[in-house]
Design a protein around this ligand. Sequence first.
Ligand SMILES: Cc1cc2nc3c(=O)[nH]c(=O)nc-3n(C[C@H](O)[C@H](O)[C@H](O)COP(=O)(O)OP(=O)(O)OC[C@H]3O[C@@H](n4cnc5c(N)ncnc54)[C@H](O)[C@@H]3O)c2cc1C
Length: 375
Amino acid sequence: MTDHADVLIVGGGVIGLTTAYFLAQEGVRVTLIDKGDFGREASWAGAGIIPPGDSRRAIAPIDHLRSLSSEMYPDLSRRLREQTGIDNGYHVCGGLDLVEPGEAFPIEEWRAEGIAFREVMGDALRAVEPGLSPALARAYHLPGMAQVRTPRHVKALLAACEAQGVQLYPHRAATGFVRTGRRIDAVQTEQGPLLAGRFLVTAGAWTDGLVQQVGCRLGVRPVRGQIALLQTDDARQRLILLKGKRYLVPRGDGLVLVGATEEDVGFDARPTASAIAGLLAFAAELVPSLAGAALERCWAGLRPGSPDGLPFLGAVPNCPNLYVAAGHFRAGIQLSPASGRAMTDLLIGREPVVSLKAFRLDRPPAPPIRTAFRS
Ligand SMILES: Cc1cc2nc3c(=O)[nH]c(=O)nc-3n(C[C@H](O)[C@H](O)[C@H](O)COP(=O)(O)OP(=O)(O)OC[C@H]3O[C@@H](n4cnc5c(N)ncnc54)[C@H](O)[C@@H]3O)c2cc1C
């Protein structure tokens, strides 16, 4: 028996942490490294919206990944709480998807998957969510929509990984690979090489910088998302409110998240005055009383965008022991349980719990497809 890890994972965001967690449960010896503290990049910044789903009826591959993840969240959250004492705040709160004029909703996909929804119009909207602006006329109520407190979720995953014996090395940036022919022997870090049998890159928006060194170009790029956190005395709002790509997420204790922008600005993760002003105006447009809320704080994160909006989950072509799980863009929190489970299956030589064909690294660029949820 060697003293190095079976699997070395580069990047401890929600994708790397979840995969490490499931691998350790299979008895795999895992080392997880991060260039900074674990879970402090996109995964910490995320709003934590978890759409509902039924994996037996989902049609598109991405809907399989989303619906299976959605089904896994309650049990995963319970196990993490039992193992670590950390409550990640997962709960089904429901959501209202507000209809903009001319906007088409994936109603057929919801029906096909058996997702509960109903159309709500006019004053009935205010009965469902009393604080809503009278200017809002139409929405779809999705009672199965859920949320998780992302900083707590990554904290729970980290504690569970530690409890399960995962070797954790924060502040250890991977700078490249040591190779013999096509095989990877080690990940190079500033503190020296780290050997392992197999290697998984879950470096979020930074993934291309690493895998390009072995000739793999995925096109994963940073897409900045900004969020503002409001504190209000009115804790009545219960439902997640979605309008286009922006949303309000009530945390239940008077805190309301307002998100999010989508900006191509490279690796700059600073919030900006104009974007936050836009988000605050959006919040008051949906719920007028939020104009008087206190601005608690604001932040930004770098989502790992991919050219076709789908994640990359699979082996690196021509590198028999190197894998990638990255590019989850706006949906990494919601897709993380099934992504971590499927990558675990792949790494231990088991049939993945969901087909990963649509997510392979050498897929041709895919045209946009209709899915049950825009993310
Ligand atoms: C404002 C905002 C709101 C969002 N809301 C939602 C939401 O409601 N629901 C949802 O599902 N998703 C949401 N997302 C998207 C979600 O947060 C991301 O898809 C997800 O966090 C990506 O996880 P990741 O582990 O791939 O990346 P990250 O969390 O970025 O983790 C990558 C890790 O790799 C490390 N790393 C990078 N390079 C190296 C290196 N060379 N060596 C070692 N470590 C390295 C980084 O330090 C980082 O910790 C949101 C994102 C943002 C920004």
